[in-house]
Design a protein around this ligand. Structure first.
Ligand SMILES: [Fe+2]
Length: 261
């Protein structure tokens, strides 16, 4: 358990990307210019999402078929699984995991994504599930493609899957990205490189043959650690009660840019 603000701040610098990272141009506009102000939390921030979780079905975790067309998404099938863990390695059950990703050609179903990569009518690119009693989550999807973005000339994002984790209340939301090993675009990606170097490997899934299913899908394993010195890097500093303001701001900022990057 982290007990001091000093430890948290030092941990943030070692694990999490800064609010402002010049090479990642979107951070120039959205990073705070003034000291953060604590906002007292009310019931609306401390509760929820409540009934929304009860509506989750097993089909929600199958991105190859959850478009509801009766057809199957095109691409290399992948199983992405792992555990949600706390700073002591204990499982965190009943966490809502939501993912979104580009299709096999690197295209999102999103009005802001207009590059001439092909859309797949059988792929929405969104899915969700709950971690089980042992903290395990599992998705079936297709491997996403790299895609261009307008951060700088000839900018391409490495293949990735966006993850949002939601605990018992809105202020417990955390957002991050999973990457795949040996991608030559890692070294060129300012979002990936905004993460402190020692923590970047924590964002990369590992191939796990025990997860791979014969004649079906390749298996990837990725554990997510919510806090502590081994925390998975999230998209802005996470810390203590004193930073609940920043967590709320981060969630809002992330929501605004979802799908575009
Ligand atoms: Fe993306």
């Amino acid at each position: 358990m982290i007990t001091t603000i000093g430890a948290i701040v030092r941990g943030d610098r070692e694990v999490f990307p800064p609010y402002l990272y010049d090479a990642y141009r979107s951070t120039i506009k959205r990073s705070p210019r003034l000291p953060l102000v604590d906002v007292p939390l009310t019931l609306s921030e401390r509760t929820g999402p409540g009934p929304a979780i009860s509506a989750i079905t097993p089909e929600d975790a199958d991105l190859t078929r959850n478009a509801g067309t009766g057809g199957e998404a095109i691409g290399q099938r992948i199983i992405v699984t792992g555990r949600v863990l706390d700073e002591r390695g204990a499982p965190v059950p009943h966490t809502l995991l939501e993912i979104w990703q580009a299709n096999a050609a690197g295209r999102y179903v999103h009005r802001a994504d207009q590059w001439p990569g092909p859309l797949d009518p059988n792929f929405l690119g969104i899915g969700r599930c709950l971690s089980d009693a042992d903290g395990f989550y599992r998705f079936l999807s297709i491997r996403p493609g790299a895609y261009p973005w307008k951060n700088h000339p000839n900018a391409w994002r490495p293949a990735h899957i966006h993850f949002s984790l939601l605990g018992p209340s809105w202020v417990s939301r955390l957002v991050t990205q999973l990457y795949f090993p040996d991608d030559p675009l890692h070294a060129l990606d300012p979002i990936f490189n905004a993460v402190p170097a020692p923590a970047r490997p924590r964002l990369i899934a590992r191939y796990d043959h025990s997860v791979t299913e014969p004649e079906w899908a390749l298996g990837w394993r990725w554990d997510i650690v919510l806090r502590g010195p081994d925390a998975t890097p999230f998209e802005a500093p996470q810390s203590s009660q004193t930073s609940q303001t920043s967590q709320v701001s981060q969630a809002a900022a992330t929501t605004a840019k979802e799908g575009a990057q």
